[in-house]
Design a binder for this molecule. Structure first.
Ligand code: CA
Length: 368
């Protein structure tokens, strides 16, 4: 959506700069979000790579009056970002005013920028595109995009409550978190309403994944329990869950390799992994782990596999949680199979809790 040739040429030159910027920032990793290299508080750059050194860098604008918070890895109120104020929104150097009648019904115009609402079901009413950027932005957690006001509206949810479940994707009919009605993003992943362990499941064909942005910079802390069902049709290296991304190694990871499952946690004191067999092709398996700041326990099909001593909070990083693919080792590590009933709670499940989840999908949603 370039408005004239001159602006298009400027964009082209800037994009070459951003490709190099992303290549330097990302190295061999694929994705990442970085502060705008020009120093604008109102902008940030998303980098997307193909795994072979080619990157697309998109400069994106926070919705006015929000500014980029590099610590939170999200657009935030300027009062929470030292040294920044929203005056950067006043300096508009692209997108002149469109002539009357050029806005589509899913577009609005504000402060020199055209916003296009993303009405896809994945976005859940929270996402939009700015000017001619190809990557979409999404409103802060808890807010929805409003075309009338041309802004994100609603109460921002700064953090989720402790000691309760913070995510539960049932995948019965969609990619929505059933606890908070928030949709995840996805690429080439689908729902099979008839083929889950409990109801439907998310199906991954070996080239897609889903990502959950609100775990970006999420504080997992010292009390967490995670469970999911999975089924795979191959024995190659496949990522089930990772919170790693560009330049950020995962601190929570579940992956399969040659019929085994490995769960890794990275805490202040270092990383530890528990590996067990059980990723036999074409059968549903239940994996879970708990961490209480002192010990890390892995479960397979309702039974304890191993407990390791481990101390300190799980390290935070600025990445989405990704389901259906791993870190790029080997590149892609996409899951070919399905995932069901993915749950994350900031409480520590007991052995009987895990058995209840495994046998009857009975998730304790409040800490005991
Ligand atoms: Ca399900």
């Amino acid at each position: 959506m370039c408005y004239n040739v001159t602006i298009c040429k400027v964009y082209s030159q800037v994009n070459i700069f951003r490709k190099e910027f992303c290549r330097l920032q990302c190295g061999n990793q694929r994705h990442g979000i970085f502060p705008d290299p020009t120093g604008s508080c109102c902008h940030y750059v998303t980098c997307h790579g193909n795994g072979f050194g080619f990157f697309v860098g998109e400069r994106q604008a926070c919705m006015e009056p929000l500014v980029w918070n590099p610590v939170a890895g999200a657009c935030d109120y300027a009062s929470d970002v030292p040294g920044c104020d929203s005056s950067c929104h006043e300096f508009i150097d692209v997108a002149p005013l469109p002539t009357a009648g050029t806005l589509l019904t899913d577009q609005c115009f504000k402060n020199g920028r055209t916003y296009t609402f993303d009405d896809s079901v994945d976005s859940g009413g929270t996402c939009y595109y700015v000017d001619n950027e190809i990557m979409k932005n999404c409103c802060p957690f808890g807010q929805m995009f409003d075309l009338e006001e041309c802004a994100c509206l609603g109460e921002m949810i700064a953090e989720r409550p402790n000691c309760e479940c913070v995510a539960w994707f049932t995948f019965d009919t969609n990619f929505e978190d059933s606890l908070f009605d928030i949709f995840s993003g996805r690429k080439r992943a689908t729902i099979d309403e008839n083929e889950g362990q409990f109801g439907g499941s998310a199906v991954f064909s070996g080239e897609g994944h889903m990502f959950i942005p609100y775990f970006n910079n999420f504080y997992f802390g010292e009390r967490i329990s995670v469970a999911l069902w999975f089924r795979t049709s191959t024995t190659t290296v496949q990522g089930l869950l990772t919170n790693g991304c560009c330049n950020q190694p995962p601190t929570v990871e579940i992956r399969c390799d040659s019929g085994s499952v490995t769960i890794t946690l990275d805490v202040m004191a270092g990383a530890k992994s528990i590996t067990f067999s059980g990723a036999s092709p074409d059968s549903w398996q239940h994996v879970a782990f708990t961490y209480d700041g002192q010990s890390f326990t892995a479960y397979h099909n309702g039974n304890v596999v191993e407990t390791l001593p481990l101390r300190g909070p799980i390290l935070t990083n600025k990445c989405d949680v990704t389901i259906g693919r791993g870190r790029d080792d080997p590149p892609g590590s996409f899951l070919e199979g399905a995932v069901d009933e993915f749950v994350v709670c900031q409480s520590v499940w007991s052995e009987s809790d895990i058995l209840g989840i495994f046998q009857s999908n009975d998730v304790p949603t409040v800490d005991n």
